[in-house]
Design a protein around this ligand. Sequence first.
Ligand SMILES: Cc1ncc(COP(=O)(O)O)c(C=O)c1O
Length: 299
Amino acid sequence: MSDDDKLAAMQPATQAGHLGRDPAAFLGAVNTPVFRASTILFETVAELEAAARHEHPGITYGLHGLPTVRDLQSAWARLEGGHAALAVPSGLTATTLPLLALLSRGDHVLVTDSVYGPTRRFCDTHLVRYGIEVSYYDPLAGTAIERVFRPDTRVVFTESPGSLTFEVQDIPAIAAVAHAHGAFVVLDNTWATPLHFRAFDHGVDVSVHAATKYIGGHSDVLLGLIVANAATHPKLHRLWTDMGVTPSPDDCFLALRGLRTLATRLAQQQQSGFAVARWLAARPEVAEVLHPGLPGARP
Ligand SMILES: Cc1ncc(COP(=O)(O)O)c(C=O)c1O
């Protein structure tokens, strides 16, 4: 059985313990070490040119993805079922870069009203400045989102569960409508993570994450991840390269380490979150508890 077949046979939580490793490349070390470099030297011009054409295992400059960055990217893309991933210095870079890459002057974008506040501020301040029209829709719209579509709508930005009201969006329904209108679906999947929602199985084109949160897990790393399908990856990769927004290999190392314990921490977090939510729901002074998993909660 090849390593790839072995991985494919594993549950996602087990995969998270194994993805993004290449011991043979690092003296047998189980995990990819922190690999720091800027300039890359080549013995010959021919080797440099082969690397630039991706025919050589190396890269031509540190910004283009050192092994620690690359291994985190490949692990995350595989876990979520996307084509390829890009690591960026923050979750906010992850939410905003796809909007810049996929939208142009004269386009319209539909953004969920439950979107993370700073993503909304970016849309209202910068997208608008570049001549892109932004409107917000009810996160619970489902197929009814069709009513607010326009001929120039190019992207639907979703976030599920949403900040901080935790509406769970009907992503397959929204994706079906968006694709029928030729628009891409971007999902901020920070709250669910690929362990609870494999975005690409449900019609998402680009899934973004604040790795700062559950993946880092210890409040000591700022990092974002963008996973793209084959249709959107070239545009995103072009902008990522041209803006030079590659994160530090130290942060990617911490995120890879966080990935090993992600499933265990999420399970505990869910148990603790439910205990607090149930306690709050039983308090007479509490009017409503916004927890998508409680009976009677909004969808
Ligand atoms: C849903 C969501 N998206 C994006 C971000 C942005 O992440 P960062 O703080 O790494 O910029 C956050 C951070 O709180 C978040 O909760």
